[in-house]
Write a protein that binds this ligand. Structure first.
Ligand code: ZN
Length: 392
């Protein structure tokens, strides 16, 4: 085919190499600021976001007006599916300081038809005052931020979360809501409908996953802008988004102008939970996030995601504080697996360790040793805490 350019189709994707976040980081370092993969003239760059720097240097995300529009369209679909729209007024409590969750998701909320209060993060007491004054119908934040608001409500106002009169909570950025006990606690305490409404990643598309009223996983709303594959964990084989399929989510942009990615390994491991038309009327496949490739432990030959451990611990939130450590063998292959949890009232529940071991064995297919320790044993930090220790 010398001298001729062949137009690649999605059928050719398996012949192309994967792209990783480390590739993008190295490329931006070698070709600052946006990397050699900036595919549009710099005067097309209409907005710059930044990813979190949790794994290496922060990536700069350049977006054209068309890239922004695609993000806003997919994000608006997510919010509508989660049940917000015209008549809602949502206080938007995500970081506006270069994060796509701030400005871009704000625009997506507006596009859904809802009104938006652009609050950002911090100043929690002032936020509560503002909610009491404006009376929005819902809020959009990380689930863990609710704990902070609960503290301030009690300490500064003597109020319960229900007193704010919110109707709906839109959550993203962290897992947890797929665990019924955790979600129930939020819904009971706040008197809201708690929806997993914001799954995405800024280097690909700020939002492309959200659950609908049926709550049968996250609808995949990326089809207009993304081509998805699932990569096997132990090989480079990929499979389509078929019912029951699981693997690392690999995404290729359709029509991204500024920084199009081809076969980008997201590091998120997902499972497709349904592909038939949903009771909500939408036909997009549903999926759930199982964990991160970087976090995966191979214990006695079984893939274990520490995130699943916390899901099980949340189920015992009446007796456990929720703080925990996973302790495993120092060296591979990992044989030893212990979960250390803080008990609210030591000794009050003699069967607790066995019940927790049963629950973990059921969700992980492997039984850990459980160690109960007193509440307050582990230090509380505001940042990201490493809860996996290679000490045994
Ligand atoms: Zn649905």
């Amino acid at each position: 085919m010398a001298g001729r350019t062949r137009v690649l189709s999605v059928d050719d994707l398996p012949f192309l190499p994967f792209t990783t976040r480390a590739d993008l980081q190295a490329d931006q370092e070698a070709h600052p600021p946006f990397g050699n993969y900036l595919a549009a003239p710099t005067d097309r760059v209409a907005r710059v976001h930044r990813t979190s720097g949790s794994t290496g240097p922060a990536l700069l995300i350049a977006l054209s007006m068309s890239d922004i529009e695609r993000s806003v369209v997919a994000g608006a679909e997510c919010f509508r599916a989660a049940g917000v729209g015209s008549g809602d007024l949502i206080v938007h409590c995500l970081n506006y300081c270069m994060w796509s969750g701030g400005l871009t998701d704000h625009q997506a909320l507006e596009r859904s038809g809802a009104g938006v209060i652009p609050y950002g993060v911090g100043k929690s007491s002032e936020l509560i005052e503002m909610i009491r004054r404006i009376r929005p119908t819902g809020l959009h934040c990380t689930p863990s931020y609710l704990g902070r608001l609960e503290e301030r409500l009690a300490a500064d106002f003597g109020l319960a979360p229900r007193d704010l009169g919110l109707r709906i909570g839109l959550f993203g950025g962290e897992g947890g809501l797929q665990e019924p006990a955790f979600r129930n606690r939020i819904e009971q305490t706040w008197g809201i409908r708690a929806m997993d409404a914001n799954y995405g990643m800024s280097e690909v598309l700020s939002m492309f996953g959200a659950e609908c009223e049926a709550r049968c996983g996250l609808h995949f709303f990326g089809d207009e802008s993304l081509f998805a594959e699932l990569k096997a964990l132990d090989s480079d084989e990929t499979s389509p988004m078929e019912n029951g399929a699981s693997g690392e989510l690999v995404l290729t942009h359709r029509g991204r102008e500024c920084q199009p990615l081809v076969r980008y390994r997201t590091s998120d491991i997902i499972e497709v939970t349904a592909t038939e038309p949903c009771s909500c009327g939408r036909t997009s496949p549903r999926f759930r996030v199982i964990g991160r490739v970087d976090d995966m432990l191979v214990i006695r030959g079984i893939n274990v995601f520490p995130g699943r451990v916390v899901d099980a611990i949340h189920r015992f939130s009446d007796r456990l504080t929720g703080e925990y450590r996973v302790q495993v063998s120092r060296e591979a292959p990992i044989q030893e697996f212990r979960v250390v949890v803080e008990e609210r009232s030591p000794g009050a529940s003699p069967r607790l360790a066995a019940e927790l071991a049963d629950a973990l064995e059921k969700s992980l297919s492997i039984r850990p040793t459980i160690q109960l320790v007193a509440a307050g044993t582990f230090p509380r930090t505001s940042g990201k805490t490493c809860r996996v220790e290679r000490t045994l």
